[in-house]
Design a protein around this ligand. Sequence first.
Ligand code: SAH
Length: 254
Amino acid sequence: MKGWLTIAGLGPGAAELITPQVSAALAQASDLVGYLPYLNRVPPRAGQQRHASDNREELARARQALQLAAAGRQVVVVSSGDPGVFAMAAAVCEALENGPASWGEIDVRVLPGITAMLAASARAGAPLGHDFCAINLSDNLKPWALIERRLRLAAEADFAIALYNPRSKARPQGFARALAILRTACGDERPVLFARAVFTPEERLEVVTLGQARPDMADMRTLVIVGSSLTRLVPRPAGALLYTPRSAYPAGGV
Ligand code: SAH
């Protein structure tokens, strides 16, 4: 049988948020490759092999998956959320670009999933209803100076800002510095959403102001959205809504 490689997004956590297309690929695979907590989200299937790896070994994992596909296996690499957002799809592209010419024949497909910022946004209301950007706060793959510059420029451009990988034990100071930069650029009143483990049983949502935001409100399972100057919290008895209006024209304008 001819081998293939599919890079699939499992969404934020809930099984109902896995697309039917991804479920079909998982059902057809002979081999699953990925970070163990993500593999554990896929129900076991008789005869299917699992190759678990550490979270930091993305390129090695991509090469392993390509080798399996080149040897005729039907391989699905699993990512959380969307595989193209700070995840395995780019690692596989990188491995292909630098790999042997024979890998050029492998059928490679990327299947989208619901990325964390969209899941978090949906739970809170519509904080990404106007222009926004996403920044990964991990400095594993880029210098901290570049992160700081992007935070400053995103604030200057008045984007709502989704922050992935806000905080880890390996770099506890980074998120505190990010909050300080945003406070200087945006002031203390901006609403900030801390969305932890959305669409899982451990989900926790909290909206505070930038002035109230503390580094320990986030961990590696948290997605943070810092509002633009227009983002607002609308209180309702049935639960507040955080949203950014569709229009940046002054009220009463177009
Ligand atoms: N490919 C993934 C992102 C991988 S980076 C995606 O598209 O969602 C990992 C980061 O994503 C985490 O540190 C966290 O910031 C965010 N994240 C992933 N799943 C999440 C969830 N269920 N709730 C909140 N944040 C999540």
